[in-house]
Ligand binder design. Sequence first.
Ligand code: FE2
Length: 332
Amino acid sequence: MAEVISIASPISALKVKPIIQKQLHIAPPSPAHSTFDPSKHLNFVPPSNILSLKDIGLPEDAGISPVAVSEPFPLFTPEAISIMRHEIFTDAVWQNCLISTDFAGCQLRGHCPKYAPFMHSAWTHPTTLSLISRIATIDLIPMYDYEIGNINISVNDPADVAKRSATQSASDLPVTKWHNDSYPFVCVVMMSDATNMSGGETALQTGPGEILKVRGPQMGHAIVLQGRCITHQALAALGGTERITMVTSFRPRDAFVKDTSVLTTIRPLSDLSELYFQWTRYRIEVLQERLRGMQEVMGEEQEGGRGADGEKIRGFLRGVEEWVRGTWGEIV
Ligand SMILES: [Fe+2]
């Protein structure tokens, strides 16, 4: 029997209604202090299909890898999902991490690692990262902690669900506007039982201007999407009383890979102090690696008697200038 918790006080702060009607049903608590163990908590089966940018009519070099989007694939075990749900359905998370905007009526952001250590370790574990990277065909790491395990929640009254399911088609009802993500890659995991849900697809715009729909994942299953370079929107799901997804954003591990990250879609959803701190720290880390790399290359060239390549140095420093401008330009 599922436990029912009242979360009345944070709900009064929600701007978009009806998102949560009365209450959320949560899974029974899992053992406290669970440690993420890939052999126990991952349930990975490779996606049956992965579409490339070329497959959807976009230039192959539009992004940081040739991959556009995967079919849904199993990623986490039911136990892992249960522990993660337990971590996010606490008073502390709802009081400190709830964000409600016109874009997203009910989101939890910033709970990792403080309030959700299991979720954080799941997304930063080398095994998980290698699986996501394998699908994306590029070595990926999470953007920063603030973009790990963001939770999008919509909960419907069961009576409404029955009424709407009988009268309404699930397809083509957008729950987000058409957009490009701010970060290179995203992995979206379903945290609810989607057995009786219909709809819930991700719609993509192809190069020739057609719409392609990728079906929504089942509980514990995921999709990987190169959302920075693909215009997309989430479509509504009908038939379930709750729809909870977990969204983690990724960037290339290699500091020398192109990275066109911005904060456009993120800023309105965020605690700006925390976001700007984590954003700037990541930008500085990448810059430091790039500078260190350039220093090494120049040193080797000098030692090899080849001298300084003015053209290359100018190009590199122009890149540094763009990176720095792209960093402060996002802090508005
Ligand atoms: Fe998106």
